[in-house]
Structures are given as C-alpha cells and as structure tokens.
Write a protein that binds this ligand. Structure first.
Ligand code: SF4
Ligand code: SF4
Length: 338
C-alpha cells in the first residue's frame, strides 16, 4: 500500500468514530427523553457516552488506585480513561489524531477554513507558546485538585452523590440546553478553529495536554534519517501540529498526535519512518499497522472491561426515573475535605 493512502485511511477511521459517537449521543438523548416525559419509548443507555466524563474517569481512577474497586455507576468512564491513557503511553497521542471526535471536528473546521481563506493562519510564535500553556494550567489544576487535594473520603462521597449519578445527563444538557455564555464560547471556539489549526486541541484541551505528556514516554516515534532526506520540507509544511519535522531527528514533541501526515507526504525513500524502540535501537514500523494497533489496544481494554462486567452502569431505572427530571437543577458537591 502506498503511503498517500495513510491520510485517507485516517480520514475514514476518524469519520467512523465520529459517526459512532453521534449515534451513541442520539441514543443517549432518547434514553434521557424516556425518563423526562410519558410516551417516549425506552432505549438502552449506551455506556460509551461515559467517554465524555474524563474528570469522572480521573476520580474513578484515583478511587481504583486507593481501593482496587471500579465504581459501578459509570464504570465505562474508568475503562475509557484507562484505554485512552494506555494508548497514549504505548502508541503516542494517536487517540487525538485518529479517534477523538472533538479532534476530528476541529480538523474539519481548519480544513474548511483553509478552503475559505486559502490558508490557515499562525499565532505569533511567542504568543503560541504562551497560549499553549493554558491547557497545561487546566491539566495541572485537575491533577492537583483531584490527584492531590481531594481526600479519599471526598472521592467516595462524590462517587455516591446524585450529581455523579447523572453527570452524563448534565453533560448532555450542557449542549442541548445551552446557556448564552456556552453558545458564545462555542461560536468563538468555532471561529478560531476555522482560522487556526486545531485551536481547541492545541490551546485549550487539558485531556490532550495530559495525553501529550504521557505520549513522550511512548516507544513509538516518527524518525527522520538525514542522509536520505532531500529537505523538500513537505513534512513540516503539512504537519497539522505545526512541528518543524524537517529539523528533527526524532519527533518527540507532546504536540505530535501521530496523524502520520508527515510520513504520508514524504517522497524520499527511507527519509521519514514511523519507528518503535529506544534511542539508537529504533526499528521502522509499517505505518499502515499503526491504526490497527491503535484500535486493537483501545478495544482490547474496552473488551476486557466488558468481559469483567465493568461496562454497563448498575444504576437502576427507578434511580434514573428519580434523578433525570431533577438533573438540570443539581449542583456540584464542592467539598474536597476529609
Ligand atoms: S518530507 Fe521527507 S524528504 Fe522532505 S524534508 Fe521531510 S523528511 Fe526530508
Ligand atoms: S509530526 Fe507527523 S505524525 Fe506528528 S503531528 Fe506532525 S504530521 Fe502528524
């Protein structure tokens, strides 16, 4: 298979995951509707919507490290969180480049912007570094408050709270019953995503920031071989993460999301490869294997969770009937104390 096909394989994988997400979102919407009013048919709750609860996943992960138990209310949030960080540790930030629907929508925006304006704009390089720090500050905030300051008693209380039980419903309502502030924020983010590549992922996403740092530990990296490189700069010009690949020997940046655009654009035999290993012992990997490995690891962990009975929520329909009509009014339990 030629390397150009890598881009089209990625677009197909991204579109497939986006379609799966939209279908799951619609099914969840109908599930909620059933409990909100009479006459709406019952549909099963799709557990994969828990992927949109990364903070719940982090709290659940902390609880697991402390107790060895997986919370039974949103077990899929824990499984998805574990799958996503494992993929990042093993196969760099490929989750962002191939699976994450938010990354895919971000990409559609900058591609549309490129068509409209005939180019994408670049933030001035020092401002770019400063604005990129926002996502690390947000990440540090969550890690310090949840990982450090939130006591185990507070974790246990949160996981038992009504707020946590309907965190998925509240997340959905954040979009379906959007406040004016949210709407303006999304319009601004959409506008900026049209003119700047991956605006959300590059500057604001704390989850991506965490995955980027973990991905630096991954043995899989893009490597450039100087003696075979013709310095055409196609790799640097097309990198959606704005990495100057042509100046690197091994791409170890936390911004690299493993899209393999650079590899697919390089025409010089043996100049740019996907590799696995450490320092001088790197071996070239067939880049077409990368998406297969990514999806395999992702679904192996999810499948393991399913087989262990840690995928579907144990919350009863009676509990949903009690909580869903009140979900919009519920506020966050604020205590981090003992
Ligand atoms: S695209 Fe290939 S040949 Fe061109 S600069 Fe990059 S690594 Fe070198
Ligand atoms: S360095 Fe290559 S794999 Fe990494 S983001 Fe840029 S184009 Fe994608």
């Amino acid at each position: 298979m030629n390397r150009t096909s890598l881009r089209y394989i990625r677009y197909t994988v991204q579109a497939a995951f986006l379609a799966i997400t939209l279908l799951a979102g619609y099914q969840f919407y109908r599930f909620v509707l059933h409990f909100e009013g009479p006459g709406n048919p019952f549909v099963q709750r799709p557990p994969s919507v828990d992927a949109f609860l990364p903070i719940a996943g982090l709290i659940s992960f902390k609880n697991f490290l402390h107790t060895g138990l997986i919370d039974p209310i949103h077990p899929a949030a824990f499984i998805m969180f574990t799958a996503i960080i494992s993929v990042s540790l093993l196969l760099k930030k490929g989750f962002c480049g191939w699976i994450c629907p938010v990354g895919t929508v971000s990409q559609y925006f900058w591609m549309a912007g490129e068509k409209i304006f005939r180019k994408n704009f670049r933030v001035w390089k020092y401002a770019d570094v400063a604005i990129r720090s926002i996502k690390y500050v947000l990440m540090a905030f969550f890690l310090v408050f949840i990982g450090g300051m939130m006591s185990q008693n507070a974790v246990a209380a949160f996981l038992r709270s009504d707020y946590f039980k309907v965190a998925d419903v509240k997340t959905m309502k954040f979009f379906t019953e959007m406040s004016a502030e949210t709407l303006w924020f999304l319009i601004a983010a959409g506008g900026l995503s049209l003119i700047y590549k991956n605006f959300w992922c590059r500057y604001l996403c704390p989850y991506g920031a965490l995955l980027g740092l973990l991905s630096r530990l991954s043995p899989v990296k893009v490597r450039r071989v100087e003696k075979n490189c013709t310095h055409c700069r196609a790799c640097s010009r097309h990198c959606p993460a704005l990495i100057d690949v042509e100046k690197q020997e091994v791409v170890s940046s936390a911004e690299c999301f493993g899209c393999l655009t650079c590899v697919s654009r390089c025409r010089a035999e043996g100049a740019l490869d996907l590799t696995a290993g450490v320092s001088t012992k790197r071996k070239a990997l067939n880049p077409h294997l990368y998406p297969l490995l990514l999806i395999l690891v992702f679904y192996l962990i999810i499948g393991g969770g399913m087989l262990a009975g840690k995928w579907h929520s144990r919350l009863s329909d009676e509990e949903y009937q009690r909580l869903i009509p009140e979900a919009a009014e519920m506020s966050h339990p604020t205590s981090f104390g003992p």
